[in-house]
Design a binder for this molecule. Structure first.
Ligand code: SF4
Ligand code: FES
Length: 1006
């Protein structure tokens, strides 16, 4: 048995249905036997506060294997440790095994090297499971982060609990066995394919799947079902880059690496709030800027995001004008004689036509500046910086991709690098920063509707033959399948009759998301594989399959710089959860494709993937990891992070691509692409005067199913909001801190108004994370137009015409409660996981007849004998109440006719107090200042829980002038650094508003 396992006794020493207590590493562990399965839990029963669990009876209760505490008769799940009677109580579960007739237990855990499951930076993480709680640290040996993590990465340990986990398969809402569920899914897919053909079924998968999961999903669909109707949420994120790189380079290949950001003399960040969306990479850039102050940084973004803190120059271009900007740059470079004539002549095609098109649309700097809405001097400064610096990296992200002209935006950037020959050498090149942890891995296996495996092309018959022969598959998809938006449209039209959604939440994340609901309702079969029991999409599932999640899964991911890293498991699979690759293979086997899906492990799948990348590949395809074939289980287990290609002669990987000037088009030359500019599909106008922009915030990820569990991550920006310029807010009468309705032609939402000073007039920003599970009306996807880029199919998330108007309410309030209860019956609400309780921000349009009756209902104090205290000032429309159970605060509510209410963080601390005293009761109902100390204000530094007011006070009192001084004083900013831009802003480093763009109407797509 491997290190860390302790032999407890022989299996026959424990009677079936009984338990024993063992001391393991000084820790009392209760070990139970049910038939030949063994379980280990802490012996300590939190209900009776005694070490008694080993003496409890074990059995099956409502389908859950449990132990009953011998004193208070609480039941604890043997697989999850959760108390069935009291969701607040749980015990730690330890690993237990039977080996050679003996029972072995492992407490604590070894440190496992794995990879962060969030953004495309792909940071290495050290995870250690110690008696049920997970310790997280950055991996100092991982070349993506060298030990650094951002606030989300550091909080990973807080997100691994089993609350809300889907632990068993379900069919039509009823628990099923795996056999029943797999038979049902395979049987229904087979039936529908037989009746309506392969084009009647689809998979919709995720950039958070591991490469091995993605590989088998794609193989099943394209090689065995025979359709390319498999698309992914990466379509919403990176598809324009894929298309742009394929057009320019002949393959979807990122030429650059992170080191180039440190070697560059000029970094241009376009449509990328790296400070929030790629924080560790941003820190790497800022450290380099500190070391080399003459490193120039230009940020091109309609918003003054925290990334601008680092910028020598910020160009707040009007949304959707990037192609004009880069066409103007291309023409400028030509005029200035900055062309690398030899590179253009020897390694490219199409320069003159691309230049003609650029010159036609960007006649001179003054014209471009006017269209882009920026000052001509600043625009020219940017152009001259580009011309003057050989080592230039242009990094771009969703602000470029998520546009109906996204592919042209990507190519307009690449054109400038090709014209100057600044590609394939250290410190230079176009660099797409990937949004998701494994968007790149998904592309490698062809997990998109318009790609084939191993970067081969669906439309190329030779490539189809290579793949089909390699897979020995009965058929192969012969044409591109439906891309995400078209795929859901086909469901709505009844053409797609069965869909399997894996690891993503399209009812929240897709544009025109209400239509996605309608589309799912129309399907005969909706299968959802997910780790959570409930999200906005699971509600539409006929079959729910419990998938393993981060910490439990084993496989590989590829980050933005083509670096393949291992995600390793360090937690046991809970309940009946299984890895996605296993679920897919089991369904494939039941559909009759057994031998092709007879994989025993992710290592087997990776091996096949690596071999396929080398099939008939004598350098024709850049993606080649055949050097990783034949690793075997132990080689795979020990695989170090490595950048593809990994093949002869680059067996140790490759930092950069195209170093020899040879590109992947058959003639070896890169292509200049003509990019005639066009504006967004829908222009703002009288009815919808603002441009709605959507995106991420610093401390949340996607639809919050993981990050939303962490109280720390909830503190910085706890609620959905609309950020707008103060003057726009004034003109629309939407007041900062109050509620407003944001409406587009496609939907509406109600959110809090925020005037951060980051946004230009005419544009509003709404984060993408909130959904119907944590807020009443905050699914921004429902508002976004489903217009897509004609080539990439990527939706225009950054530009939807919108209207903002006040949402008047009679009262504002908040509720703090120990119970994570169902949504309160009020006009508007948001649920937030706080440190000691659950917090609801609430507001109402109706005044209750009696606040007492309302308050008792909301707090759950309906019993007339309940310890319920309250205060009401009817004239001020102010109501406060608290419910106390066994001397502890159970819940409290604060209502007022205005939005500025007492400090929630201070009040939530009362939930830690074991005995509420008279002074606390009085304070709860009068001042609201119930605990000593000054209000820290909204959290700025998640790592050290330092609030804005605390930082402001320290700056004032100690006359602090630098972030390092704030760090020395409060520790804020000294860990992950995600909060440094905000601290710098508080020190006065960032102006509170940005220049107002002059208005120029943009041409619509015709
Ligand atoms: S930057 Fe943060 S979210 Fe991204 S991979 Fe690193 S730790 Fe994870
Ligand atoms: S948020 Fe990590 S150091 Fe401040």
């Amino acid at each position: 048995m491997s290190e860390g396992w302790t032999h407890i006794c022989d299996l026959h020493d424990v009677m079936p249905g009984a338990g024993v207590c063992a001391l393991v590493e000084g820790h009392q562990v209760a070990v139970f036997r049910m038939a030949d399965a063994v379980f280990a839990l802490d012996n300590f029963d939190p209900a009776s506060q005694a070490n008694v669990l080993s003496r409890g009876l074990v059995g099956d209760l409502k389908g859950e294997r449990v132990v009953a505490s011998p004193l208070f008769k609480h039941h604890y799940s043997l697989t999850t440790g959760r108390c069935l009677e009291d969701p607040e109580k749980s015990v730690h579960v330890h690993r237990a095994r039977v080996l050679d007739g003996g029972i072995w237990v492992k407490v604590g855990g070894e440190t496992v090297r794995t990879t962060c499951p969030y953004c495309g930076v792909g940071c290495g993480v050290l995870a250690r499971n110690i008696k049920g709680s997970v310790e997280i640290a950055g991996d100092p040996l991982h070349p993506a982060n060298f030990g650094a993590l951002c606030s989300k990465g550091y909080a990973l340990g807080e997100t691994v609990g089993l609350d809300d986990r889907l632990l068993h398969p379900q069919i039509n809402g009823k628990k099923a066995t795996w056999d029943e569920a797999l038979d049902h899914v395979s049987g229904e897919f087979t039936r529908i394919i037989a009746e309506h053909g392969p084009e009647s079924v689809a998979f919709y998968v995720s950039g958070q799947l591991l490469t091995e999961d993605y590989y088998v999903a794609n193989k099943l669909m394209k090689g065995y079902v025979g359709t390319a109707n498999i698309d992914t949420n990466s379509r919403l994120c990176m598809a324009s880059t894929v298309a742009g790189q394929r057009r320019a380079f002949g393959e979807d290949a990122v030429p650059t690496c992170y080191e180039d950001l440190q070697l560059a003399d000029l970094i241009i960040l376009v449509g990328s709030n790296a400070a929030w969306c790629h924080p560790v990479l941003f820190r790497r850039i800022s450290s380099e800027k500190e070391r080399r102050p003459d490193l120039k940084i230009v940020v091109i973004d309609p918003r003054r995001t925290p990334t601008c803190e680092l910028a020598d120059l910020h160009l707040p271009v009007r949304a959707g004008t990037d192609v004009w900007l880069f066409n103007g740059l291309l023409a400028y470079l030509q005029r200035q004689g900055a062309v690398d004539e030899a590179f253009v002549a020897n390694h490219t095609v199409g320069a003159s036509t691309a230049l003609e098109a650029a010159e036609a649309s960007a006649v001179d700097e003054a014209t471009v500046a006017k269209i882009c809405g920026v000052d001509v001097a600043r625009l020219t400064e940017f152009y001259s910086l580009f011309a003057a610096h050989e080592r230039v990296v242009t990094a771009f992200s969703q602000g470029v991709n998520q546009s109906s002209a996204g592919t042209d935006k990507v190519n307009s950037i690449i054109n400038c690098h090709l014209l100057t020959g600044r590609i394939g050498r250290p410190g230079m090149g176009p660099f797409s920063l990937t949004g998701q942890p494994n968007a790149m891995g998904g592309r490698e296996v062809g997990g998109m509707a318009n790609m084939l495996a191993a970067h081969m092309e669906l439309e190329n018959p030779d490539h189809r033959a290579i793949v089909q022969e390699f897979w020995d598959s009965p058929r192969i998809a012969s044409a591109g399948g439906l891309k995400a938006v078209d795929l859901f449209e086909a469901m709505g039209a009844g053409r797609i009759k069965a869909v399997w959604i894996i690891g993503t939440n399209p009812v929240v994340s897709m544009p025109e998301a209400d239509r996605v609901r309608a589309a799912l309702e129309r399907c005969e079969l909706v299968v959802v594989s997910d780790c959570v029991a409930r999200n906005d999409t699971t509600a539409y599932a006929h079959v729910l399959l419990p998938a393993a999640t981060w910490g439990e899964k084993d496989g590989t991911v590829t980050n933005s710089e083509r670096r393949i890293s291992r995600q390793r498991s360090f937690l046991d699979l809970p309940g009946e959860a299984r890895p996605d690759w296993w679920i897919l293979c089991e369904v494939a086997k039941r559909m009759g494709f057994g031998s092709a899906f007879d994989f025993r492990s992710p290592a087997d799948i990776f091996d096949e993937h690596a071999r396929l990348s080398g099939a008939a590949n004598e350098g024709e395809r850049a993606f080649n990891i055949s050097g990783l074939a034949g690793l075997g289980p132990s080689g795979y287990q020990q695989l170090e992070p490595v950048q593809w290609p990994i093949s002869k002669p680059h067996m140790r990987g490759s930092e950069r691509l195209f170093e020899d000037g040879r590109f992947m088009h058959p003639d070896g030359r890169a292509r200049f692409i003509e990019t005639p500019p066009r504006g967004p599909a829908h222009a703002a106008g009288d009815e919808f005067p603002f441009v709605l922009n959507t995106g991420r915030i610093r401390d949340q990820w996607h639809t919050m199913t993981r990050t939303g569990r962490s109280p720390r991550l909830a503190e910085n920006l706890p609620e959905p909001f609309v950020d707008m310029h103060p003057q726009d807010a004034l003109l629309t009468a939407a007041r900062d801190g109050e509620l407003a309705r944001v409406t587009t032609r496609w939907g509406s939402m109600v959110v809090r108004v925020r005037s951060s000073g980051e946004i230009a007039r005419g544009t509003v920003f709404v984060p993408m994370h909130w959904n119907d599970c944590n807020a009443s009306q905050a699914r921004v996807g429902a508002l976004v137009n489903a217009v897509v880029d004609g080539i990439s199919g990527e939706p225009e998330f950054k530009h939807t015409p919108a209207r903002v108007e006040p949402f008047p309410v009679e009262w504002y309030g908040f509720l703090l409660t120990r119970r994570n209860s169902s949504s309160p019956e009020v006009t508007w609400w948001t649920r937030i996981n706080a440190a000691n309780c659950t917090r609801y921000e609430i507001a109402g349009r109706e005044l209750p007849k009696s606040w007492t009756v309302w308050g008792r209902n909301v707090l759950g104090a309906t019993d007339s004998g309940a310890d319920y205290i309250e205060y009401e000032d009817a004239s001020a429309r102010s109501y406060r109440a608290a419910y106390i159970v066994d001397g502890r605060l159970e819940a409290c509510v604060y209502i007022a006719n205005r939005a500025d209410l007492p400090d929630r963080d201070l009040l939530s601390k009362l939930f830690r107090i074991e005995k509420v005293e008279a002074a606390h009761r009085m304070a709860l109902l009068t001042t609201g200042a119930v605990v000593e100390g000054e209000e820290p204000g909204p959290l700025v530094c998640s790592c050290f829980a330092v609030g804005r007011n605390t930082i402001r006070r320290a700056i004032e009192e100690h006359k602090l002038t630098a972030v390092s001084q704030v760090g020395a004083c409060l520790r804020a900013g000294t860990n992950c650094g995600s909060c440094l831009p905000e601290i710098k802003a508080l020190l006065g480093g960032v102006p509170k508003s940005i220049p107002v763009s002059t208005s120029t109407a943009l041409p619509l797509i015709t």
